[in-house]
Design a protein around this ligand. Structure first.
Ligand SMILES: [Zn+2]
Length: 298
């Protein structure tokens, strides 16, 4: 039996895997006022999914967390939405529960989960669209990590040099044009509204003739299409897998990206690339963290 824990900025999701079957899934609020409160929230989430008595049957814990992670050593280096820094989860779970663990960032965990559905000896690119834009690359079953576990921060590649302000401090990033948070800000600035506008509301506005929504949405589609095209040029992938809340709920984004690629793609053959959507959805991070442990050397 394995426990998967997905620690997000507001919610912790836990999952129990037995004989390759997901047998339980729970959510618990993450109290992010201090390091102690986050750890207490994690403990609470774990005790919700498994009793003390059954803990002995658990082989290991997989942990997905939003932040920069040294997966090799199980250390969370930095988390933008949580007061945890240089925290050794390997050591923590060993001392607290006597369990081995695997730690990786949320985007990589989601990629590991989805990747398990496709042939190993392929090049797979992952694009996750939510409040931000995350990316991952699996090449012949190996995650592309880079020197400091920072590879594939695709949301912060430059779309338009000197363009819109991005949350990372730079200007013109893809995320500043197509990340959920940025879209809300652009719409609020254009219209003066204080209502939170997620990308789906903006998409609906665009489809119903709201000219501000239409301009912002078209720019977002253009950015996402250009980003996908760039990734195809770099990696020549067998698979492109899209995930995240935006893709799950949008009516038009994926088709619009494909439409753009039809007339703009060079070198690669569009018909050779398999476009897929996330299958595990909100369970992908916790499930991927367990698979990361089982497969060890991702
Ligand atoms: Zn940025």
């Amino acid at each position: 039996m394995f426990i998967g824990v997905d620690v997000g900025g507001t919610t912790i999701k836990t999952l129990l895997l037995a004989e390759n079957e997901i047998i339980a899934f729970e959510t618990e609020p993450n109290v992010t006022t201090s390091e102690k409160s986050v750890l207490e929230s994690i403990e609470k989430a774990i005790s919700k999914i498994i009793s003390k008595k059954d803990m002995g049957k658990v082989e290991a814990i997989g942990l997905s967390i939003a932040g920069q992670v040294d997966s090799q050593n199980g250390i969370l280096i930095n988390a933008p939405n949580m007061p945890l820094k240089s925290f050794n989860f390997n050591k923590y779970f060993k001392e607290k529960y006597g369990k081995e663990c695997f730690v990786d960032n949320d985007v990589n965990c989601a990629a590991i989960a989805e990747s398990s559905l496709y042939p190993v000896n392929t090049t797979q690119i992952f694009i996750f669209l939510g409040t931000g834009i995350g990316g991952a690359a699996m090449i012949n079953g190996k995650m592309l990590r880079g020197a400091n576990n920072l590879a594939m921060e695709i949301g912060h590649m430059t779309h338009i040099d000197g363009g819109h302000q991005c949350g990372c401090g730079k200007r013109g990033c893809y995320e500043a044009y197509a990340g959920g948070k940025s879209l809300n800000r652009l719409y609020q600035e254009a219209t003066g509204t204080t209502e939170y506008m997620n990308i789906i509301k903006i998409e609906d506005g665009a489809l119903n003739g709201d000219k501000h929504a239409s301009k912002i949405f078209n720019e977002a589609i253009h950015a996402l299409s250009a980003l996908t095209n760039d990734l195809i040029t770099i990696f020549n992938p067998d698979y492109i897998i899209f995930g995240g809340g935006v893709i799950e709920h949008s009516k038009t984004i994926l088709d619009s990206i494909k439409g753009y690629l039809k007339s703009n793609i060079r070198f690669a053959n569009l018909s050779d690339i398999k476009f897929k959507e996330s299958v595990f959805k909100d369970r992908s991070n916790a499930y991927g963290a367990i698979l990361g442990y089982i497969r060890k050397h991702i």
